[in-house]
Design a protein around this ligand. Structure first.
Ligand code: NAD
Length: 309
């Protein structure tokens, strides 16, 4: 049976990935920050290790014997990185390097570093392919770019078989209610207003978390050493358009929207060209309308999960 280590597996995307690993022997290593929640893993067979990817001694115990390591562990919220960048650099750069070193020392045959389109900065028209220059504009994106570059260096310098995935904005159940969709939905379910940044014209490309996980699984199987693979979204929308859909889904009007000052350095638009992964057989399966409807229903049905957040 394949042994798989999922770091950051108690968070939003990592927990969906773990639930999709039927038939594997799974270890989850997670620091359980505010974003990590063991309840996210209920029903998914796994061994849980409470720990930090910056802890080399712990990794030396946990990593050996795994056939695949997938790294989701990160500080992941841009606004928090603007308030304080240090923890982002620590986990997303130093933690990634510490984990990669442990994988190298243990002879792990395959590693996947999960990353984001935000490392490229902002693009007004067209889409980035995997050779686009990294021009991050927030501390979060810069720290993720640092982790990606360390991964690339481990592939080239030491021959570690690590592939990097970069994905657009994820949505789905169990996303901590600080990111746009769960924040807006839970506010509306509570009868509270939603804060819309600036003119609402920032464009994001949305992907259901299950499609993202399917792309990562494919890269884990067929991804080449040191290569980057894009996993693009299925719905490019301005934040204003998305807000309109969430208001409709929750039965509210625009009176529930409170315009707020724009985020510092707010990227205008992200867009990934994912032809490389599609040529390997990847195709997203969840239409945005259906995924969003199901996601809103999940938050309505699982108030206990987010009530304390
Ligand atoms: P999340 O914030 O929901 O989860 C992060 C998890 O990592 C949490 O369980 C947390 O406890 C854990 N963690 C944080 N620091 C740690 C450390 N030092 N050691 C061990 N565990 C630690 O994040 P997410 O949205 O699930 O994102 C997962 C990954 O996917 C991140 O690397 C993120 O950059 C990337 N990504 C996210 C999106 C998105 O839209 N959410 C899009 C593209 C890429």
């Amino acid at each position: 049976m394949k042994r798989i280590l999922v770091t950051g597996g108690a968070g939003f995307i990592g927990s969906h990935f773990v639930h999709g690993l039927a038939g594997a022997d799974v270890t989850v290593l997670d620091k359980l920050t505010y974003a990590g929640n063991r309840a996210n893993l209920e029903g998914a067979p796994h061994t849980f290790v409470h720990g930090d990817i910056c802890d080399a001694a712990l990794l030396a115990e946990v990593v050996p014997g795994h056939d695949l390591v997938v790294n989701f562990a990160a500080e992941s919220h841009v606004d928090r990185s603007i308030d304080g960048a240090a923890e982002f650099v620590r986990t997303n750069v130093l933690g990634t390097q510490t984990l990669l070193q442990a994988c190298l020392d243990a002879g792990v045959p395959k590693v996947v570093q999960v990353s984001t389109d935000e490392v490229y900065g902002s693009i007004d028209i067209g889409s980035w392919d995997e050779s686009a220059p990294l021009q991050p504009r927030s501390p979060y994106a810069a720290a993720k770019a640092g982790g990606d570059l360390i991964a690339r260096s481990y592939a080239i310098t030491y021959g570690l078989d690590v592939s990097i995935t970069r994905c657009g904005n994820n949505y789905g159940p169990r996303q901590y209610p600080e990111k746009l969709i769960p924040l807006f939905v839970t506010n509306l379910l509570r009868g509270r207003k939603v804060p819309l940044y600036g003119d609402g014209g920032n464009v994001r490309d949305w992907i259901h978390v299950e499609d993202h996980c399917a792309g990562i699984r494919l890269v884990a199987e067929v991804g080449k050493r040191g290569e980057v693979y894009h996993i693009a979204g299925t719905a490019e929308l301005t934040n204003k358009e998305l807000t309109g859909r969430l208001l409709d889904a929750c039965g509210h009007s625009w009176a529930m929207v409170k315009p707020v000052q724009d985020r510092k350095g707010h990227d205008r638009r992200y867009s990934l060209d994912d032809r490389k992964l599609r040529a390997l057989g990847y195709a997203p399966g969840i239409p945005f309308e259906q995924g969003l409807r199901d996601t809103v229903r999940w938050y309505a049905d699982n108030r206990d999960w987010w009530a304390g957040a």
